[in-house]
Design a protein around this ligand. Structure first.
Ligand SMILES: NC(=O)c1ccc[n+]([C@@H]2O[C@H](COP(=O)([O-])OP(=O)(O)OC[C@H]3O[C@@H](n4cnc5c(N)ncnc54)[C@H](OP(=O)(O)O)[C@@H]3O)[C@@H](O)[C@H]2O)c1
Length: 209
């Protein structure tokens, strides 16, 4: 069934791939970006110019939609609340405009089964602000009355390993091997779980391990 979908992060590594797959599946997409010219154009795409922390721009993006997809991200290890504040803004606009369901990419997989170097060394040090922000983002979603799915990728890559297989699960068993997720598999997981409900946290890993 064709749906009207609001997409945040449509110009990003995961978001671009989500947009392409949504359009291929016949959905109509309203995409908020600070760079609307970078949103892939098409008859079923409606770009909106704005910042995700601006309630007016976010309301204009979510009003009249069937569901919302978020692939927001900020590439910094410094303290930055864009994604958590933006997610709170999205959730508030969805509640106000009666959009029932959100599916969002989360960075909260950090420190869990990413391999010993990431989990024991990097997450508590270099990545500590990233972890705090990812937890705040998830709290904005899980504290809401919405129906939601949180998608947690492992270390994101564009091409490695060539992903013929990928796995989506509610948990993964511990391993000393670093897990990876291609951005394409993260996008695929979003598309395949658009209709889930009412609430779930799903991990996505590329490859057969
Ligand atoms: N790196 C990893 O290994 C890893 C692992 C697991 C999870 N993750 C999570 O994956 C997510 C997405 O990754 P990615 O590689 O696809 O990210 P990305 O390529 O950096 O894309 C980020 C997107 O967020 C949008 N955005 C950022 N700030 C915005 C603002 N103020 N207003 C509106 N839009 C804004 C950007 O849009 P515009 O610039 O066009 O406005 C862009 O489309 C991140 O949240 C990250 O936490 C990352």
């Amino acid at each position: 069934m064709s749906m009207r979908i609001a997409l945040f992060g449509a110009t990003g590594g995961i978001g671009r791939r989500v947009l392409a797959r949504l359009l291929l599946a016949g959905h109509t997409v309203t995409a908020l970006s600070r760079r609307p010219g970078a949103v892939v154009a098409g008859p079923a795409t409606r770009p909106i110019t704005g910042d995700v922390t601006d309630p007016e721009a976010v309301a204009a993006t979510v009003t009249g939609q069937d569901l919302v997809v978020s692939a927001l991200g900020v590439a910094t290890t410094r303290p930055d609340t864009t994604v958590s504040v933006g997610t709170r803004t999205i959730v508030a606009a969805m509640a106000e405009h009666r959009v029932p369901r959100l599916i969002a990419i989360s960075g909260n997989g950090l420190g869990v089964n990413g391999g010993p170097v990431v989990d024991r060394i990097l997450t508590p040090t270099l990545l500590r602000h990233v972890k705090v922000e990812a937890q705040a983002q998830e709290a904005a979603i899980t504290d809401s009355p919405l129906h939601w799915t949180i998608i947690r990728p492992f270390r994101l890559v564009d091409r490695w390993p060539p992903s013929v297989a990928y796995r989506v699960a509610e948990s993964f068993s511990p391993t000393v091997v670093v897990r990876w997720t291609t951005r394409d598999d993260a996008a695929r997981a979003i598309i395949e779980h658009l209709d889930d409900g009412p609430r779930s946290v799903l991990w996505v890993a590329s490859g057969g391990r």
